[in-house]
Design a protein around this ligand. Structure first.
Ligand SMILES: [Zn+2]
Length: 425
């Protein structure tokens, strides 16, 4: 009976991921992407609430800390939007996040303003544009929607140059800029505050023409904001080399109390992968020392990972392989492996494991790309992959990237693939 019980237990323990583990990942995504974590940005301490959750999970799993703390603190500047925003056009108040966004570097502006509109063709006619610009003083200048594909590369470059001038340059004589667009609204973060505000309005949200508007937009620039990376490790059987798992936990925070950017796919999902692996390796002693890093301030420009690689808590040369999880929440069309062609042997073994175990629909190769935290390690010649899932819901850097619509389609198989890949290193 005892032997039977033992083999019964072994069977379940070596099953790599059980339903219970998957439920854990789902729970972690729901917590990290909940409204109460404020979009894991810099309004209402969203970053600190998220870091505290990750720290408490690390502690619960019995991970070890470097130098007695799971936190590595660092400073950044950041432009934030803690207050209620208001934009009224033709008597209708627009909805933050859905109808409009503010450029993340926008300063505050309050008042009623006339609007001068310009078309792409007018921008390309230099004399005409300069004249309109001069008259726009004291008004807002609005660039009407245009289809990029109607213009040559040189014309698009010129249009971009002028739009960047309007958005970021203090010599723009208008009070601020409006960009009307037919494209999906996609937000970002900013470590700067620009001299004039820019409002990006989706053209579908306009009833009638845009001749004037009433606005009260408020931002708050924080010169020195202390945020943190959360770092823990599990000692391996072999302590000569180190495996590193990373995922950024920060997101875009809030655009006033009206709009929270929950960041379920970006990157509560990758953080849930990191936590699931931390849980797994704390229960199953790994071959090598295994470090888990949840990075802060990725969305502000890879600031947390830059700080870590400049102030590493162990020699980066000890890293045998690194894996970055950012956007882990779908997988209907498989995964994309950044650095796959750089570390081709490793990529081939990932593909082989995937085929043998019949896990994901596709494992696609990609070259190097400086598009997430692994980039800072690339620059130090640390070998590693950045993996993101493909297919499924396309919400990204918007108010629709929410936990209840994130499917985690292939999460279980993705997790199994990573564990097997690492076990074979
Ligand atoms: Zn991300």
């Amino acid at each position: 009976m005892r032997y039977f019980l033992l083999s019964f237990l072994l069977f379940f323990c070596t099953g790599k991921i059980s339903a219970q583990d998957f439920n854990y990942a789902r729970k972690a995504v729901n917590i990290l992407a909940s409204d109460s974590l404020k979009g894991r940005g810099y309004v209402d301490n969203g970053d600190k609430l998220a870091a505290d959750f990750i720290r408490s999970e690390f502690e619960k799993f019995g991970l070890q800390a470097f130098n007695g703390s799971f936190y590595q603190e660092f400073e950044t500047s950041v432009n934030t939007f803690p207050d209620r925003q208001s934009i009224v056009i033709n008597g209708k108040e627009l909805e933050a996040g859905k109808d409009y966004l503010l450029d993340p570097g926008s300063p505050s502006l309050k008042g009623s303003f006339d609007v001068m509109t310009v078309t792409a063709d007018e921008i390309l006619d230099n004399a005409k544009f300069v004249n309109k610009l001069r008259v726009s003083s004291g008004q807002l200048i609005a660039v009407l929607p245009f289809d990029k594909s109607n213009f040559s590369k040189e014309q698009n470059d010129q249009l971009n140059g002028v739009i960047n001038f309007l958005k970021y340059h203090s010599q723009n004589p208008s009070k601020g800029t409006i960009i009307l667009t037919n494209d999906k609204l996609t937000w970002a973060g900013s470590v700067r505050q620009h001299p004039k505000p820019t409002i990006i309005i989706h053209s579908d949200s306009l009833d009638g023409s845009l001749k004037s508007l009433k606005l009260d937009i408020k931002s708050s620039f924080v010169e020195k904001y202390t945020t943190q990376n959360v770092i823990g490790y599990v000692e391996g059987k072999n302590t000569d080399s180190t495996i590193v798992f990373i995922a950024h936990y920060d997101h875009l925070g809030m655009l006033g109390p009206q709009a929270t950017f929950n960041g379920a796919n970006d990157n509560a999902s990758g953080t849930a992968m990191l936590l699931s692996l931390a849980k797994h390796y704390s229960e199953n002693k790994p071959k090598y020392n295994t470090v888990f890093i949840a990075f802060g301030a990725e969305e502000l420009g890879l600031i947390g990972s830059k700080y870590f690689t400049e102030n590493p808590l162990f020699p980066l040369s000890e890293i045998k392989f690194l894996m970055n999880f950012d956007l882990a929440g779908t997988g209907d069309e498989g995964i994309q492996v950044v650095n796959g062609s750089v570390y081709k042997d490793r990529f081939d073994s990932l593909v082989e494991i995937n085929e043998e175990m019949n896990l994901l629909p596709n494992v696609k190769i990609r070259g190097a790309a400086c598009n997430s935290d692994h980039c800072m390690f690339d620059q130090q010649d640390v070998p590693g992959f950045y993996i993101y899932t493909l297919g499924g819901i396309q919400a990204y850097h918007d108010v629709y990237d929410r936990p209840e619509t994130l499917p985690l389609t292939e999460f279980e198989n993705y997790f199994k693939l990573i564990v097997e890949f690492i076990d074979q290193l």
